[in-house]
Write a protein that binds this ligand. Structure first.
Ligand SMILES: *[C@@H]1O[C@H](CO)[C@@H](O)[C@H](O)[C@H]1NC(C)=O
Ligand SMILES: *[C@@H]1O[C@H](CO)[C@@H](O)[C@H](O)[C@H]1NC(C)=O
Ligand SMILES: *[C@@H]1O[C@H](CO)[C@@H](O)[C@H](O)[C@H]1NC(C)=O
Length: 371
């Protein structure tokens, strides 16, 4: 009703009553046409030569539901460029030249269900970039150069059913990422740099895992081939899932290098308990000086080292003491009260090892005069 519809030059505009579609795919466009009817519901701009998106391009398009910008040459999107699109359900930006997703790029897209960003050159997604797109059902970030993604935001996407992260450089997925994502049916992390996957109840409900093919609605598809899997006891949970044989291989430990994941018996997924290989035995230090206590351990996975003070307290970084990842404890300015037996604890999922380090602080001479 009301004003007659306007249609940009070269585009085709269809009224699929009551909806308006503006079809501008493959029209040789160098920018988003300025005179698109603001009431349009579907806007197709794929296969053009658009290089950037400006704030005004989609201003006031509050009816827009479906926006396709695939296969352009977009490398820049102005912050808040999609902010008026409160009804947008699907945003296709695949096969463009985006290198970064900045904080306000997707602001306002609170009803977005499908965000398709595969085949760009993404190396970075800002930590709050996905804060507004919590309603996503599908997120496709495959074929980019990402080392990490904002996992905190993903954790909150409770409607998510498909997460495609394949062909990136992701080396870690934090434990608990999928705890609340009960609708997930497909996770693809093929060809990344993952040495392990965090165990998650989500994966436990997977009955059949398949790299490709038809998935029945009750099953969960997990694809993780092409990762440098470290096949120790931490991956035993994954090995125990039933699945069709596939071609995933182990990269390490040395005994399992190159062997097919699903053909290795469970008993061979081994961890090694920690063994403390080097440590300070005893140390004498003048009061006020620095004391550096060392403790080194090996094991599989790499043991974590903790220190316990003579009073039995776990030592953490503080003004006077530093605990390094390599196991070294530095007490920067010692006092006589530091004298005592410190305990180094090395631990990993296979066990624990401890050693005692005796520290003697020798009271400085000037203190004796005062006593
Ligand atoms: C959007 O709407 C505002 C307020 O009605 C108007 O001032 C502005 O020119 C419109 N922008 C576009 C690009 O249509
Ligand atoms: C303590 O601080 C040091 C130096 O800043 C850092 O390398 C180390 O990772 C910190 N340790 C912990 C347990 O946070
Ligand atoms: C551990 O790391 C700290 C800080 O990087 C360094 O000063 C110390 O020499 C290291 N210790 C060992 C045993 O490698």
């Amino acid at each position: 009703p009301g004003d007659p519809q306007i249609c940009p030059k070269r585009c085709v505009c269809q009224i699929l009553s009551p909806n308006l579609a503006t079809l501008c795919a493959k029209k040789g466009l160098l920018f988003v046409p300025p005179n698109i009817d603001r009431r349009t519901v579907e806007l197709r701009l794929a296969d053009n030569f658009v290089t950037n998106i400006k704030r005004k391009d989609f201003a006031n398009m509050t009816s827009l539901v479906d926006l396709t910008l695939s296969r352009n040459t977009i490398s820049f999107i102005t912050p808040h460029a999609f902010a008026d699109l409160r009804n947008l359900r699907a945003l296709h930006l695949n096969s463009n030249r985006l290198t970064k997703i900045t904080n306000d790029m997707f602001s306002g897209l609170s009803n977005l269900h499908h965000l398709i960003l595969n085949n760009n050159q993404l190396t970075l997604i800002s930590s709050t970039a996905f804060d507004d797109v919590f309603a996503l059902e599908e997120l496709d970030l495959s074929y980019n150069n990402l080392e990490t993604i904002p996992w905190d935001a993903v954790e909150k996407m409770v409607s998510l059913h498909t997460l495609s992260l394949d062909h990136n450089m992701i080396d870690n997925i934090p434990k608990g990422t999928f705890s609340h994502l009960h609708k997930m049916t497909r996770l693809d992390v093929t060809s990344n740099k993952l040495q392990k996957l965090p165990p998650d109840p989500l994966f436990q409900r997977a009955q059949v895992l398949a790299t490709s093919g038809i998935i029945s609605p009750s099953t969960f598809a997990l694809s993780f081939g092409g990762n440098p899997l470290h096949c120790n006891c931490e991956l035993l949970w994954l090995r125990r899932l039933s699945r069709e044989d596939d071609l995933e291989t182990c990269a390490s430990p040395p005994l399992l290098t190159g062997r097919y994941f699903w053909s290795i018996p469970e008993e061979e997924f081994l961890c090694e308990p920690p063994l403390i290989t080097r440590h300070t035995h005893e140390m004498r230090v003048l009061e006020g000086q620095r004391a550096t206590l060392r403790c080194k351990a090996r094991g599989d996975p790499e043991p974590a080292i903790h220190w316990i003070s003579p009073e039995g307290k776990l030592i953490s970084n503080a003004t006077r003491s530093l605990v390094y990842d390599n196991g070294t404890l530095d007490i920067l300015i010692t006092t006589v009260k530091d004298t005592g037996a410190f305990t180094c604890i090395a631990s990993n999922p296979a066990g624990e090892a401890t050693q005692i380090v005796d520290l003697h602080i020798i009271a400085a001479a000037h203190h004796h005069h005062h006593h």
